[in-house]
Design a protein around this ligand. Structure first.
Ligand code: KL5
Ligand code: ZN
Length: 263
C-alpha cells in the first residue's frame, strides 16, 4: 500500500499520531528527557550483560521509517540480561533515528540536549512470550538498548552499515546482511539509565523496559550523512522524500522513576 499510515511529516507526524494511536497520550510513553540529577541510584541494580557472540544478522531493510538490521531470533543465541531485566531477552533487530543536521536526531535527550542520532537494539522476552508480536504488546515484553551517536572521528565499524545503505535507498528494499555483530557499535562503558516506556513509533505499545547508555559512540559527519541518502518513499512513488528527522520528541514523564546504574 503506497503511503505510510504514519510518518514524521507535518500531516502524519508525532503530533497527530494520537488520532490513530490513542496510547500516544498514555502514562508510559517514550522517549523522555533524561535529567541525570533526577535519576535515583539503585545499588541493587546490576550491570547489563550482553551475549551477542553467536550473533546472526540476516538482512538490512528500509521499512519507510528507518533502516533496520534483522536477526535470527529462533533461539537464544543473542541475548541481553541483567540490569533491570528479570530474564534474558532475545535480539530481534536494531535501527537508527537521526536528524537533518547534527544538532538533533536522537529520541531521548539528556538534560534537554539532543545527540545527532540514536541506535535502538530491540530485544523481546522469549521466556514468557511465544512470539515477538505477542511480547510487543506485553508490559514486560520488550527491552531496548538505546545508544547515542555523536559526531567526531570516523567510527571504525559503522562503515560496514553505511557502505551498504545505497542498496536500501527506497522503502521496501531489503538486502542480505549476514554475520554482523552489533557489539562493535557499543561504547566501552555501559553505565545506563533505565525506565519503563514504550515503542517510540506507532503502534506505540507500552511494552518497553528502556536501557539508555550514558556514553555516546562517536561517528563521523560523513558516515552520518549516508543515512540521509535514504528516502521514506518507495521506488515506484514519484516523490523522493529524504529520510531524516525520523525521531519522536520527548514525552511527559508522568511520575515515572528514572533509575541509574553507575558502572
Ligand atoms: O521505539 B522504537 O523505534 O525503538 C524500539 C522499538 C521496537 C520496535 C518498534 N517497532 C516495531 S518492531 N514495529 C513492528 C511491530 C510492532 C508491534 C508488533 C509487531 C510488529 C519500534 C521501536
Ligand atoms: Zn527506535
Amino acid at each position: 500500500m503506497t503511503g505510510n499510515p504514519w510518518g514524521y511529516g507535518k500531516q502524519d507526524g508525532p503530533s497527530v499520531w494520537h488520532k490513530n494511536y490513542p496510547v500516544a497520550e498514555g502514562d508510559r510513553q517514550s522517549p523522555i528527557d533524561i535529567d541525570p540529577h533526577q535519576a535515583s541510584h539503585d545499588p541493587s541494580l546490576g550491570p547489563i550483560v550482553l551475549n551477542y557472540d553467536k550473533c546472526t544478522s540476516i538482512k538490512i531493510a528500509n521499512n519507510g521509517h528507518s533502516v533496520v538490521v534483522e536477526f535470527e531470533d529462533s533461539d537464544d543465541r543473542s541475548v541481553i540480561q541483567g540490569g533491570p531485566l528479570g530474564n534474558p531477552y532475545r535480539l530481534k533487530q536494531f535501527h537508527f533515528h537521526w536528524g537533518g543536521k547534527d544538532c538533533h536526531g536522537s529520541e531521548h535527550t539528556v538534560a534537554g540536549n539532543s545527540y545527532a542520532s540514536e541506535l535502538h537494539l530491540v530485544h523481546w522476552n522469549a521466556v514468557k512470550y511465544k512470539t515477538f508480536e505477542e511480547a510487543a504488546t506485553a508490559p514486560d515484553g520488550l527491552a531496548v538498548l538505546g545508544i547515542f551517536l555523536e559526531t567526531g572521528d570516523d567510527h571504525r565499524w559503522l562503515h560496514t552499515i553505511t557502505d551498504v545503505l545505497y542498496t536500501v535507498k527506497f522503502k521496501g528494499s531489503v538486502t542480505d546482511f549476514k554475520g554482523f555483530n552489533p557489539k562493535c557499535l557499543l561504547p566501552s562503558s555501559l553505565h545506563y539509565w533505565t525506565y519503563l516506556g514504550s515503542l517510540t513509533t506507532p503502534p506505540l505499545h507500552e511494552s518497553v523496559t528502556w536501557i539508555v547508555v550514558k556514553d555516546p559512540i562517536i561517528v563521523s559527519e560523513k558516515q552520518l550523512s549516508k543515512f540521509r541518502t535514504l528516502v521514506f518513499t518507495g521506488e515506484e512513488e514519484d516523490q523522493r522524500t529524504r529520510m531524516e528527522n525520523n525521531f519522536r520528541p520527548p514525552q511527559p514523564l508522568k511520575g515515572r522513576k528514572l533509575i541509574s546504574r553507575r558502572v
